[in-house]
Design a protein around this ligand. Structure first.
Ligand code: SAH
Length: 401
C-alpha cells in the first residue's frame, strides 16, 4: 500500500468557481473551496464538483492559502509513477545544457515542469532540492528514489529554509537525504562546499550557506551575453553576490571589473570565484544605491541585478521606486555608447511596469536609451502558460548614448 497516495483529502469546489479549474491554473485557493473531508494531513487531495465528479488532483496543504497545487486535471490519475515520470522528463529536457564545460542547471522548475512546489538544482554531483508544500514533503522518499535512479548523485541536499515552509509548518533545518541531525553548531558536515563548472568557468557553491540553492542558475545565458559584450570594456557589476557576471566579463576580456555588494560575505565569495578562474577584479563592500550616487568615473558596461525588491504585491510601489532610483543613477554612470544590462527578479513586478520604470529612469537621467534585447531566465527555468506567475526574472540590455 502506498499511504501518501491512498489516504486522500477531498475538496469540494464552490459553485461559480469552475473557471479556476477550466483555466488549468495549478493553484487552487482556499477561497474557492466549499468544504473538505478526509484525513487532514493527507499528502494528496482531489478536487471535486458538487456532484462528486473529480476535477483535479494535486498536493494538499491544510495550512496554506493555496490549499491544493493541482498536478492533474479531469480523469488523469495522480500516482507515484506520474510524479516520478515528470521528474525524469524534466531531467531529460535539460540534456542539451550539460556538456564538458557546464555541469550545473536547474533540473525541475516547479510549475514550469508541471511539478508545483518542487525545485531541483544540480551542481556537478550534488543535487539540491527545495520543497514548498506540505503534501510534497511527504513524498520525499519518492523524490529521493527518482533522483537516485536518474542521476546517482553523491549527495541529495534538502534546502529547507524557504520562508513559506514556516507557514506550511514544515521543518526549516536543512540536510542531506538520510543524514543525521545537525551537530551542536547546527552545521552539517555531509555536504561540504564544492566547485562546479558553468561555460568553462569554475564557481564555488555551498548549499548550506548560499542564497536560493547557492547560485543563480537562471542568469547563465545572460552571463554568456555579458561575456560576449565585455571585450576591452570597463565593467561594473552591481549586486554582484557570487561575482559570476564579473567572472564572465573577465573571461570575455574586460579591461577592468568592479564588483559591488553590500554583504562582506558575498564579496568574499566573489573574490574566491575570480581567483578560482585566475581573474583580477576590484571588490567593493557598499550599498549599491549609495555607490551609484557617489561614484563618478564612468563604465562601458554595467550589470544591475538586485535582489527582489517586491516580496509581495503590497511592496510593488516601494520596489518600483527602488528600481527607478538605482537604474537612474546607473544610467548616468554609463559612458556614452556603452550598455546597461538591468534586471528585476520580483515576480510581483510586471514586465510592462519594469519597462515603464526604465523609461522614467532614462528620462530623469537625461540620456538617450534604446532597448536592444529583452532578457529572461534560461531554458532550464520554463514558465507554464497556465501559471504566468512563474516568470519572475525580466531584464533589458540597454544602449545608452
Ligand atoms: N547578480 C547576482 C545575484 C544577485 S543576488 C548573480 O548573478 O549571482 C542579490 C545580491 O544583492 C546579494 O548578494 C545581496 O547581498 C546584494 N544586495 C542586497 N541589497 C544590496 C544593496 N543595497 N547594495 C548592494 N548589494 C545589495
Amino acid at each position: 500500500m502506498n499511504v501518501p497516495f491512498d489516504g486522500r483529502r477531498t475538496l469540494v469546489l464552490k459553485r461559480g468557481k469552475e473557471r479556476v479549474v477550466a483555466n488549468r491554473h495549478p493553484w487552487i485557493f482556499a477561497g474557492a473551496i466549499h468544504s473538505e473531508r478526509g484525513p487532514e494531513d493527507a499528502a494528496i487531495g482531489d478536487l471535486v464538483d458538487s456532484e462528486g465528479k473529480r476535477l483535479a488532483s494535486g498536493l494538499y496543504s491544510r495550512h496554506s492559502q493555496i490549499r491544493l497545487r493541482a498536478l492533474t486535471f479531469g480523469d488523469e490519475e495522480l500516482t507515484p509513477e506520474l510524479i516520478a515520470a515528470r521528474i525524469s522528463a524534466a531531467i531529460a529536457r535539460r540534456g542539451a545544457i550539460f556538456d564538458d564545460s557546464t555541469n550545473a542547471a536547474r533540473l525541475v522548475h516547479a510549475e514550469g515542469d508541471e511539478l508545483s512546489s518542487l525545485v531541483v538544482d544540480r551542481y556537478d554531483d550534488l543535487v539540491v532540492v527545495e520543497i514548498a508544500n506540505r503534501g510534497l514533503e511527504q513524498l520525499k522518499p519518492l523524490i529521493v528514489e527518482t533522483l537516485q535512479r536518474e542521476l546517482s548523485p553523491r549527495v541529495i541536499y534538502f534546502k529547507n529554509d524557504l520562508p513559506v515552509r514556516k507557514l506550511e509548518q514544515l521543518p526549516t533545518i536543512s540536510g542531506a537525504a538520510g543524514s543525521q541531525p545537525a551537530d551542536d553548531a547546527g552545521r552539517r558536515a555531509e555536504s561540504p562546499p564544492l566547485h562546479f563548472l558553468e561555460s568553462g568557468l569554475s564557481f564555488r557553491v555551498d548549499p548550506a550557506e548560499g542564497q536560493k540553492t547557492g547560485f543563480f542558475l537562471d542568469q547563465r545565458e545572460n552571463r554568456r551575453l555579458a561575456r560576449t559584450l565585455a571585450g576591452g570594456k570597463r565593467v561594473l557589476n552591481l549586486f554582484s553576490y557570487t561575482g559570476a557576471f564579473g567572472v564572465y566579463a573577465a573571461a570575455g576580456g574586460a579591461s577592468s571589473i568592479m564588483n559591488v555588494d553590500v554583504s562582506a560575505r558575498a564579496i568574499e565569495l566573489a573574490r574566491e570565484n575570480h581567483a578560482l578562474n585566475g581573474r583580477e577584479a576590484d571588490f567593493v563592500v557598499a550599498d549599491a544605491f549609495q555607490f551609484v550616487r557617489q561614484h563618478h568615473e564612468r563604465f562601458d558596461l554595467i550589470v544591475c541585478d538586485p535582489p527582489a525588491f517586491a516580496k509581495s504585491r503590497g511592496d510593488v510601489e516601494r520596489a518600483a521606486h527602488g528600481y527607478k532610483d538605482v537604474n537612474l543613477h546607473a544610467l548616468k554612470l554609463v559612458e556614452p555608447g556603452g550598455m546597461l544590462m538591468t534586471f528585476s527578479c520580483s515576480g510581483h513586478l510586471s514586465l510592462d511596469l519594469f519597462q515603464k520604470i526604465i523609461f522614467a529612469a532614462a528620462l530623469d537621467a537625461g540620456r538617450r536609451v534604446s532597448f536592444v534585447r529583452r532578457l529572461t531566465a534560461g531554458p532550464d527555468h520554463p514558465v507554464s502558460v497556465y501559471c504566468p506567475e512563474g516568470e519572475y526574472l525580466k531584464g533589458f540590455l540597454l544602449e545608452v548614448r
